[in-house]
Design a protein around this ligand. Structure first.
Ligand SMILES: *Cc1c(COP(=O)(O)O)cnc(C)c1O
Length: 238
């Protein structure tokens, strides 16, 4: 499915407006919250169109699909920043370490160590967020909140990684207040870990998507990951 460049531009602007309103409503500065455009299932051409409107950060769930787009868009007018936001199996760490700028979904030391070992010497350290299972969903990936600080201390020692913060994907809940309540738990954990680590670079709380970005911003998100509202509905899932 191809969305026209004008429609993509309008949808991007609409998301930026939603973010600005949410920042205003919660007394935050617009530039405290970054937009990560989630381009999974959409083409490199769609990414190029959105990038042409000034969007710089893009997120991909499926690693090979992401690598294909990163490769296709290399050397473009504007350098893009690529974020891996999908599950990372051991056999995919090398691709993530070689191609991406960020990994949001680290939830095991073994994966962090592999990313560290495989990060090419000529690249800057890989930015990393620890994925937290903030609402305790049984089948979900992410580390338990109680285990986050211990993992963070170990990951912070890995010199080819730059520990940037936490990431969450809570199950959908109905209503703004209920959404804020879940995100507020992540914010409290983030503050606690930040204080304990005393690490200035630990500055990122990656949470909020198309349906709950206002609540996430209210609770303190610094990076919302938005797919549908920018690119439209997805027509397949892998
Ligand atoms: C798909 C996805 C998003 C974007 O979701 P939308 O509801 O389309 O905005 C954000 N984060 C992760 C981890 C995703 O997999």
């Amino acid at each position: 499915m191809n969305t026209s460049p004008d429609a993509l531009k309008d949808q991007l602007r609409a998301v930026q407006t939603r973010m600005a309103s949410a920042c205003a409503a919660s007394g935050r500065r617009v530039d405290d919250v970054q937009l990560l455009a989630v381009s999974k299932t959409f083409s490199a051409d769609d990414v190029r169109q959105v990038a042409a409107c000034g969007q710089r950060d893009f997120g991909e769930n499926y690693i090979q699909e992401g690598v294909d787009k990163i490769t296709a868009l290399q050397g473009g007018a504007q350098a893009l920043v690529w974020h891996c936001i999908g599950p990372i199996q051991s056999n995919k760490t090398k691709l993530v370490a070689e191609y991406f700028d960020w990994a949001h979904t680290v939830d095991r030391l073994k994966i962090a160590q592999r990313l560290n070992d495989q990060r090419p010497a000529h690249s800057a350290p890989l930015n990393v967020c620890l994925q937290v299972n903030i609402d305790g969903g049984q089948t979900k990936s992410g580390i338990a909140p109680a285990d986050v600080l211990a993992l963070a201390r170990e990951v912070a020692k890995l010199t080819r990684l730059k520990l940037r913060g936490l990431m969450t994907i809570p199950d959908p809940v109905v209503g703004f207040e209920a959404q804020v309540a879940v995100h507020a738990k992540a914010r409290a954990l983030f503050d606690e870990v930040k204080t304990a680590l005393n690490l200035p670079q630990f500055d990122t709380l990656s949470m909020g998507m198309t349906n709950d970005l206002e609540a996430a911003i209210q609770a303190g998100s610094t990076m919302v990951r938005v797919g549908t509202a920018i690119f439209g509905g997805r027509t397949y899932t892998a």
